[in-house]
Ligand binder design. Structure first.
Ligand SMILES: [Zn+2]
Ligand SMILES: [Zn+2]
Length: 278
């Protein structure tokens, strides 16, 4: 009997919000977490969720990371993810999958923190491997596989950044994470029939109030609520969970209603610490 869960650690966007950490969601299978993205405060959310008894695993368990793209709201927590669990006792390198630039980002971070690393290795009983990152460029499917999970990627369309959507197949069902993207033609067939669809969204209702330059940007690299409703009608997930939500003044309920106006399935607006069981 296995158990798979989706744990919303950070439901935020580049716009800092008081009650939302940066982008970060864990797929946990039998209490082994596979983390998607690592925005600000994501490691702290793990510590908080563990302390509150919401999850059995803690930050030391964070050993697999899947990065959708290298925007800061998805990666600014990376040094925290490298060094905090290390000091807590992680003895294995972080296995990180994502765009080709991830290896360079990690190399520069390790240089930036070289004084910290040098001192810890010489003065503390710290593992020689627990702070390291092994970068794996996303190539042919599957991206990753072990006894609990299979991970596949689909190229996303997020401006000129290398970006991915990820599909996680566990013994209990299938979870698809859109990453940041505008609708991609191949996505609906690729994601069809998944149990949980985690998808980014911006408010179609508030879009006209945005500045023209921002309208052009968002229309080019993100997914509107109207577009997501059309997409969800084709994917037909058991549950649609809104993540990376650009509300622009809408309430979570109003944003869900925008989608439910033309989509009859179940829709939830994610907030930090939400847990969805498969
Ligand atoms: Zn983002
Ligand atoms: Zn982005």
């Amino acid at each position: 009997m296995s158990r798979s869960q989706v744990v919303i650690l950070g439901s935020g966007t580049p716009n800092a919000e008081a009650d939302r950490a940066g982008a970060g969601i864990a797929i946990a299978v039998d209490d082994v977490p596979y983390l998607v993205d690592c925005g600000h405060s994501v490691v702290q959310r793990v510590v908080q969720a563990h302390a509150a008894g919401k999850i059995a695993w803690d930050s030391v368990s964070l050993r697999h990371l899947f990065v959708t793209h290298l925007h800061a709201d998805h990666t600014v927590g990376l040094p925290d993810l490298l060094y905090t669990p290390w000091i807590q006792g992680r003895a294995q390198p972080l296995q990180a999958y994502g765009p080709a630039g991830l290896a360079d980002m990690a190399k520069h971070l390790q240089r930036a923190y070289q004084e910290n690393i040098r001192e810890h290795l010489s003065a503390h009983p710290a593992s020689a491997a627990g702070y390291q990152l092994r970068a794996h460029a996303v190539g042919a499917a599957p991206v990753y596989q072990d006894a609990r999970i299979q991970v596949e990627a689909l190229p996303a369309d997020h401006g000129d950044l290398e970006a991915y959507s990820y599909k996680f197949t566990t013994p209990d069902g299938v979870i698809v994470h859109s990453g940041d993207t505008k609708p991609v033609p191949a996505f609906a067939d690729w994601a069809r029939g998944c149990d949980i669809l985690l998808h980014e969204v911006y408010s179609s209702a508030r879009f006209p109030q945005r500045e023209r330059a921002w309208q052009r940007y968002h229309a080019r690299v993100h997914t509107s609520s109207a577009e997501l409703a059309a997409l969800a009608r084709r994917v037909r997930p058991r549950l649609l969970v809104l993540i990376h939500q650009l509300f622009w003044g809408q309430s979570p309920r109003q944003l869900c209603a925008e989608i439910q106006a033309s989509y009859a399935g179940a829709v939830v607006s994610a907030k930090d610490f939400d847990i969805f069981d498969l």
